[in-house]
Design a protein. Structure first.
Length: 153
């Protein structure tokens, strides 16, 4: 009887640990990270440590379910071709700013996005990339439209 009770406790503990590991991996999934310089007049004015989202699944996941994102970090979304981009904040708890970026790295616009707001934030023209960072980081770092995001990969 004592062995059965010990076995039952071990099974319960093991099940809880598996649940906990699955929960942690789903809510904090991170993608490959690169340091991305931003230039103006040939000089680097800021560097963002960005997770890179390339596949459709990675782009759909984005920064969903994250509870924090430090200044100087973000996510770069890479698309196969230039297109009008639509982003929203479904299951995203962090206020973000997004820069829409042309195929040659020029930031054409920066917009703010708000937690859990599913209203589409649309690029004004076709772009190849989008860079999300904590809301206000572009301004705090001195980054503005016309600056160049150096994407060499």
């Amino acid at each position: 009887m004592v062995n059965f009770i010990k076995f039952k406790h071990i099974v319960i503990l093991f099940s809880f640990l598996i649940f906990l590991l699955n929960f942690i991996s789903c809510t904090t999934q991170k993608f490959p990270v690169r340091e991305i310089p931003i230039q103006r007049d040939g000089n680097i004015i800021a560097v963002v440590k960005a997770e890179i989202a390339v596949s459709s699944e990675e782009r759909q996941q984005g920064l969903m379910n994250r509870k924090k994102l430090p200044d100087g970090e973000g996510m770069l979304f890479i698309f196969e071709r230039d297109q009008i981009l639509y982003f929203w904040m479904k299951n995203t708890y962090i206020p973000l700013s997004i820069a829409y970026i042309t195929h040659n790295g020029i930031i054409i616009e920066i917009k703010d996005m708000f937690p859990l707001d599913e209203t589409a934030v649309v690029s004004s023209r076709s772009v190849r990339y989008a860079l999300e960072v904590p809301q206000g980081w572009f301004s705090r770092a001195g980054v503005k439209t016309g600056d160049i995001v150096v994407i060499n990969f």
